[in-house]
Design a binder for this molecule. Structure first.
Ligand SMILES: Cc1ncc(COP(=O)(O)O)c(C=O)c1O
Length: 374
């Protein structure tokens, strides 16, 4: 697969600086000479549609990852036989970079995303990516595109690492060539407004022994049709249930799900159908450390309906990198819409504030989750 090279690229040699280590001297950097930054309306960003000036690219061929490079964001060109288009060997990650009031850039638990993309890759028979390539690539890219990260709570840079099979070959077997890319887009809050969810009764997202726990592209594509049907009924998201009985609540589109019954927070255990969310595990830890009782156990829809009917269901919320924590207003099940009460000081707000204070360097980070990009 080739990259189309626009004419405006100026090739520079990588230099040593405070964030550059020996590895970077081997990484080629092409800095754009035509930054798009001045043309972006940061007040009116549509999630995931505006991209920064540069991207990180690394190719796998001859059974090894080649030297990575950071180049201007640009279109790719490929043959119609490119393997990923036919067999879907493609996985991705989603993480964010934050800027504090002193212009310092931070990542939140990036080690988790690194481990997870390789877990996903292994399941899709994609070669795992080297740790130093990932972190040096990320740092180089974020330093080059630092001005795209705006300070202020809610502003961040969404970082999208992804890897796909890029060999020109339609044989139904693992590709011999892969491409690993990181692109970034400036974002404000992900979902605005209300989130009403529909509990899945017919469609399934994942099966036992399948790829539900990975961030495989196909897991997302397969949700679009049932979600479009749910949207026609006025629901923004589907809460997926187990494929066998449709009784156990699992997760939503790009969020893990929490329920508050009385003062106890409940969430499903992760398994081979559910994504092991970084935000989910952070919420569990912070909640427990704040004195909130958290139960990680299978949750039946019947229990939630009953709790809603006897008014002990206080909150439902989703957790994920894009949304951080997104309160759920209502859920639909078997043709009935169950509304959540409006609380004065919900757990969702307290937990979101706590996590964001760590992410934006507004508070101590007792967990060591915040990682400086320098
Ligand atoms: C299916 C699914 N569940 C849960 C999450 C939340 O995971 P995280 O908190 O790591 O973003 C995501 C988003 O990445 C997701 O795609």
């Amino acid at each position: 697969m080739e990259f189309k090279k626009p004419n405006h690229i100026e090739i520079i040699k990588s230099k040593k600086s405070n964030f550059v280590n020996t590895f970077l001297e081997k990484m080629r950097i092409e800095r754009t000479s035509a930054s798009n930054l001045a043309h972006v309306d940061f007040e009116n960003l549509t999630f995931g549609s505006v991209f920064t000036d540069h991207m990180f690219v690394c190719k796998y061929k001859n059974e090894k990852w080649q030297e990575p490079e950071v180049i201007p964001y640009q279109p790719l060109s490929f043959e119609p036989s490119m393997s990923v288009l036919h067999y879907g060997q493609s996985v991705f990650e989603g993480m964010k970079a934050y800027k504090d009031d002193e212009d310092k850039v931070w990542l939140f638990r990036p080690d988790q995303n690194f481990k997870r993309i390789n877990r996903s890759s292994e399941r899709l028979q994609i070669p795992v990516f080297p740790e130093n390539y990932f972190f040096e690539g990320l740092k180089t890219l974020l330093n080059l595109d630092k001005d795209w990260i705006k300070p202020g709570i809610g502003n961040s840079l969404y970082v999208r690492p992804f890897v796909f099979s890029s060999q020109a070959c339609v044989q139904a077997s693992p590709s011999k060539e892969y491409t690993f890319i990181i692109i970034c887009c400036p974002v404000k809050a992900y979902y605005g407004g209300e989130v009403n969810v529909l509990i899945a009764e017919e469609f399934s997202r994942a099966a036992d022994g399948g790829i539900g726990y990975t961030k495989a592209a196909g897991n997302y594509g397969a949700q679009f049709y049932p979600t479009a049907l749910a949207q026609k009924q006025g629901y923004q998201q589907i809460v997926w249930t187990d494929a066998k009985s449709h009784e156990f609540l699992e997760e939503a589109g790009t969020m893990n799900i929490f329920f508050r019954i009385g003062d106890i927070l409940l969430t499903a255990p992760t398994n081979d159908r559910i994504l092991d969310g970084v935000t989910r595990k952070s919420v569990i830890q912070i909640a427990r450390d704040s004195g909130i009782e958290v139960e990680v156990r299978p949750i039946k829809i019947g229990e939630i309906v009953k709790a809603s009917e006897n008014n002990s269901l206080k909150e439902m919320f989703g957790s994920g990198t894009a949304v951080v924590i997104n309160p759920i207003k209502s859920f639909g099940y078997k043709g009935v819409n169950y509304k959540l009460p409006e609380l004065e000081n919900p757990f969702a707000t307290q937990l979101k504030d706590n996590i964001m204070s760590i992410q934006y360097n507004l508070t101590e980070d007792p967990y060591g989750w915040r990682v400086a990009v320098d």
